[in-house]
Design a protein around this ligand. Structure first.
Ligand SMILES: Cc1cc2nc3c(=O)[nH]c(=O)nc-3n(C[C@H](O)[C@H](O)[C@H](O)COP(=O)(O)OP(=O)(O)OC[C@H]3O[C@@H](n4cnc5c(N)ncnc54)[C@H](O)[C@@H]3O)c2cc1C
Length: 401
């Protein structure tokens, strides 16, 4: 079998397989996935609606069949030969390819302390089942890592009445991706919901009683969850001699350093126009890069230029961040009864925006802010701050200019 082979059947690999068909590709498409299920979405794992762990499928068996996508589930790609154009699978099969997409995603970073093996990860449906089948009132949980996944999990567990402690080595939670203004607001909300925090402390050991911290204190817990971030899954690429850094390195067209091999999604560190490579870990990025990789594998040469965007749900609050806010940016705040938006200007130009409000209440504003960023707008800060002024008006004048 030749044609296009995709390694990794997560959001990115699966979306790429369908996008190949949508772009008219008629050769063979083989999707190789290590997990035993049909491809599913990860975000719902930390947002269980009815209390049950959700398996939100990306596609059904029928959809794969109708699109002529050969899905090899439960199969690990174990060896890539970039010169021969072959991939060996864990079951002994060898696939040949004309083009290969590495969509291998990311795997949880592991704690390195004594007893680390007692901590559960949170990346897959199996991880979610293991966590949610082990919780209950009277079974306190310690979450190591105050990032987005850890804090989403904390909010879900509190809603179930579980006692939750969050341990974070940095002095504040959500420091990596969330603008400080909203990280503080979310922190306050978690406090008011009863989450206890242990900030600025590392973990020394995990044992039957819980988690021992660097200040000598013990955080009592029956269940410990490690949510200290992820590492790009790039073993296959490295073994094949494909260049890697903080991810599989690609150019702006998502081509790796090996001929006919592309990379996209959580595993890919994409070249930036200003220099360097950036790896994004978000659902939309996985889809956008998947679609771009599909087009470029079938003959296009389009550059990756999407505005980064992610969302997070904690309690009844929805956070959205578009662009990459930096401390050096000028900040403009717009408050409304629905929540708060913060805009980020770089030398007068709008480059990022974030919003925190109840549910999806700020979705429209964030969408308009994204359009303003894409239009290269340099709006008047006073107009941005004025909540009575519809962002559509600013967009109209940016486009007219
Ligand atoms: C609990 C949770 C909640 C999240 N919530 C949000 C959210 O609210 N908002 C948001 O924007 N993002 C969220 N994300 C992040 C988002 O889900 C990821 O960015 C997205 O899933 C990345 O897709 P991917 O296909 O690149 O990688 P992955 O989803 O990691 O998929 C990669 C797949 O490749 C497989 N694989 C790896 N190596 C091999 C191999 N050698 N052979 C075969 N298969 C292989 C893996 O098993 C995996 O199934 C969340 C993630 C998690 C875990």
């Amino acid at each position: 079998m030749s044609g296009i082979v995709i390694i990794g059947a997560g959001e990115c690999g699966t979306r790429a397989a369908f996008a190949l068909r949508e772009s008219g590709y008629s050769g063979s498409v083989t999707l190789v996935g290590a997990e035993p299920h049909l491809p599913y979405e990860r975000p719902p794992l930390s947002k269980p609606m009815s209390g049950e762990v959700q398996m939100k499928l990306i596609c059904t068996e029928d959809m794969l069949e109708a699109a002529g996508i050969a899905y090899l589930r439960g199969a690990w790609a174990v060896k890539l030969d970039a010169n021969a154009g072959t991939v060996a699978l864990s079951d002994g099969r060898i696939l040949t390819y004309e083009k290969l997409l590495l969509a291998t995603g990311a795997r949880p970073r592991r704690l390195a302390c004594p007893g680390a093996e007692r901590a559960l990860d949170f990346r897959t449906h199996a991880d979610a089942e293991a966590i949610f089948s082990n919780i209950g009132e009277g079974r306190p949980v310690a979450i190591v890592g105050g990032g987005l996944i850890g804090m989403e999990l904390a909010s879900v567990l509190r809603a179930k009445g579980v006692t939750v402690s969050v341990i974070e080595a940095a002095p504040a939670i959500l420091g990596r991706a969330v603008p400080p203004r909203f990280a503080r607001k979310l922190h306050d909300r978690h406090l008011s919901e009863g989450v206890s925090f242990h900030l600025g402390h590392d973990v020394i050991a995990i044992d039957d009683d819980g988690v021992l911290l660097t200040d000598g204190s013990m955080v009592r817990a029956q269940l410990v969850i490690s949510a200290i971030g992820v590492m790009p899954e790039m073993a296959l690429a490295q073994q094949a001699g494909v260049a890697t850094g903080n991810g599989i390195l690609t150019d702006i067209h998502l081509r790796t350093t090996a001929p006919n091999i592309f990379a996209a999604g959580d595993c890919a560190a994409v070249s930036q126009p200003g220099g360097g490579n950036i790896r994004f870990e978000s659902w939309r990025n996985a889809r956008v890069q998947a679609e771009l990789a599909a087009r470029n594998m079938t003959g296009a040469a389009q550059a990756f230029a999407a505005i980064p965007w992610f969302w997070s749900d904690q309690y009844d609050l929805g956070l959205q961040v578009a662009g990459l806010p930096q401390p050096t940016h000028q900040s403009v705040v717009r408050s409304s009864p629905d929540g708060e938006m913060e805009f980020y200007l770089d030398a007068g130009r709008l480059v990022a925006a974030a919003g925190l409000g109840v549910g999806n209440s700020l979705a429209k504003e964030i969408k308009l802010a994204e359009m303003l960023i894409a239009a290269g707008a340099s709006p008047d800060p006073a107009a941005l701050a004025d909540r009575s002024l519809n962002l559509k008006i600013l967009l109209k004048s940016a486009r007219a200019a």
